[in-house]
Design a binder for this molecule. Structure first.
Ligand code: MG
Length: 219
């Protein structure tokens, strides 16, 4: 599915900013995702196995251990995003770090969630102190960030938990600073290997120092 004209219009508007650009993914970076999704599943007598890095195939019936069908997992995920305001909370330190970074950088939040959940997400982000512009994309993140950078060669940093998103940005914006951050740290050892050049941050304190250094911010 391609992005809608409204997203393209928003990107063009944001790309006129000439300050250093920080683009943050949302789930597992700004908002807790895995932990609350486990709670959402448990409330329906389901369990998420966390011994490999995937959702489909890892959701099982609590009582029998039977694997939940992929279509139902997709529906559960959709139901979770529809009810995100009841479940998701801010990742520790994220709001404070971004507030400090916003003094010298343009901050944009970029999520791969379907467009139809955008209003709910906007409400939740405002409620937990992330007032930055929000873009939802149903296509690869690399080309979106290439366009967001605009006509200048301003420094760019991208933070995400999913390796293929970091790789997508590495391809489209080769000089971007790339930071891996995942709030649910138990899954980090199960990630596929990350390419060279990606900084692993354990928490927002780590990430903030790496971002500020890469964007040339001092405060
Ligand atoms: Mg994410």
């Amino acid at each position: 599915m391609s992005d809608d004209p409204e997203t393209a219009r928003q990107i063009d508007e944001l790309s006129r900013d000439t300050r250093p650009l920080l683009v943050c993914d949302i789930d597992e970076v700004i908002l807790e995702f895995v932990r609350p999704f486990i709670g959402f599943l448990n409330a329906q007598q389901l369990h998420l196995k966390t011994d490999s890095f995937r959702l489909h195939g890892n959701v099982v019936e609590q009582e029998t251990g039977a694997v939940v069908e992929p279509e139902r997992v997709s529906a559960l995920l959709d139901g979770f995003f529809a009810a995100q305001e009841d479940w998701q909370t801010a990742v520790e330190g994220a709001s404070e770090c971004l507030q400090r970074l916003s003094a010298g950088a343009e901050i944009v939040m970029l999520t791969a969630m379907p467009h139809r959940h955008r209003d709910r997400r906007r409400n939740l982000l405002d409620k937990v102190s992330f007032p930055y512009p929000l873009l939802t994309t149903e296509t690869a993140k690399g080309p979106a960030i290439h366009r967001l950078r605009g006509k200048t060669d301003r420094p760019v940093v991208f933070v995400d938990d999913i390796p293929h998103n970091l790789v997508s940005v590495q391809k489209s914006v080769p000089d971007a600073g790339l930071i891996h951050l995942m709030a649910f740290s138990e899954l980090v050892p199960l990630l596929p290997p990350l390419p060279v050049g990606i900084t692993m941050a354990e928490n927002w304190q780590d990430a903030e120092a790496a971002i500020a250094g890469r964007l040339g911010l001092s405060y």
